[in-house]
Design a protein around this ligand. Structure first.
Ligand code: PSU
Ligand code: MN
Length: 290
């Protein structure tokens, strides 16, 4: 039997959570995965080298170092040529995981299409979406934050042939909240069901990833109506400051955490741990089938 492996991203460590919670969480996700019989492989860039399976010291470095570049697809060649360190997003973690032969990846929230603040449709579309369309990795997340335009994000995934699975859920979850009012394509309640859909997709020769959306645990949920004022304020501030490109998402995440305090941090940590568990279940089921 081939060994089950779960990839983990590092942008959430360097840019998504405050120190020292980021470091503890990264260590905890690895130990949850080990406890379920799979190997964790935290992904990142060290001195220009793409690594799937960072050492504890390398994880600590990315958790503490200042000014670590957030590496999306467009940044891969820059950090490689300049031998820089980097924290990988969902897009680049998928790309590196696939090169390393890893099929399952646990994260918190994926990037998506941002809400538009002025006239027209937002042109801020995360590279995560395009990566899901072309790179063959199962991504386990808690949906996407409602800082994004969730209907537009799901339309994009549909257009590009990305199957969206609700894990124990008929709805696409909205990160802090368990529901968004938007349906998923199919519901699965066990890792084996996800593994079967993945195997069928591969057998059919369909390219791209699979998105598995797991609602935040009930005890840590923040209902949409409670989180929405903070989201609205953060989105308005980002627009007023004229933020663009890679700085938008980290700004929104930090402002919402500031505006909602310890509670949003607790929800964020709880859903990351939960996603590590679900990803390990899927990876173990997949290893048994192979
Ligand atoms: N959403 C979250 N937490 C995160 C991110 C998104 O709730 O930490 C990070 C992930 O690494 C994701 C990236 O891949 O932000 C998306 O950034 P952008 O919107 O700039 O593509
Ligand atoms: Mn963006």
């Amino acid at each position: 039997m081939q060994k089950a492996v779960v990839a983990l991203e590092s942008t959430v460590i360097s840019h998504g959570l405050p120190y020292p919670r980021n470091l503890h969480l990264a260590q905890e996700m690895e130990s949850i995965i080990r406890g379920l019989g799979a190997n964790p492989a935290t992904v990142g860039v060290i001195a220009g080298e793409f690594i799937a399976g960072l050492s504890p010291a390398q994880i600590e470095h990315l958790a503490t170092a200042q000014n670590v570049r957030k590496v999306s697809r467009r940044d891969l060649a820059i950090v490689a040529a300049r031998q820089e360190d980097g924290a990988t997003t969902v897009a680049t973690t998928m790309w590196i995981a696939q090169r390393a032969g890893i099929q399952v990846f646990a994260t918190g929230g994926i990037g998506g299409i941002h809400r538009h603040t002025g006239a027209g449709v937002s042109s801020d579309v995360s590279a995560d979406l395009q990566e899901l369309a072309q790179t063959g990795v199962i991504v386990v997340c808690a949906g996407a934050k409602a800082i994004l335009d969730l209907p537009a994000t799901l339309e994009y995934l549909e257009t590009h042939g990305v199957t969206v699975i609700g894990y124990g859920s008929d709805e696409f979850p909205a990160f802090y909240s368990r529901s968004s009012g938007l349906p998923v394509d199919v519901r699965c309640d066990r890792g084996e069901e996800v593994a079967a859909i993945w195997q069928a997709k591969r057998r059919l020769g369909l390219p791209g990833g699979l998105l598995v959306a797991v609602p935040v645990p009930v005890a840590d949920e923040i209902p949409g109506a409670e989180i929405e004022p903070a989201i609205g304020q953060a989105v308005a501030e980002a627009a007023a400051q004229g933020l663009r490109s890679a700085e938008v998402t980290p700004f929104l995440l930090r402002r919402i955490a500031e505006l909602t305090g310890e509670r949003s941090l607790r929800a964020n940590l709880a859903l990351l741990r939960n996603n590590a568990r679900v990803a390990a279940e899927i990876a173990v089921a997949l290893a048994k089938m192979n």
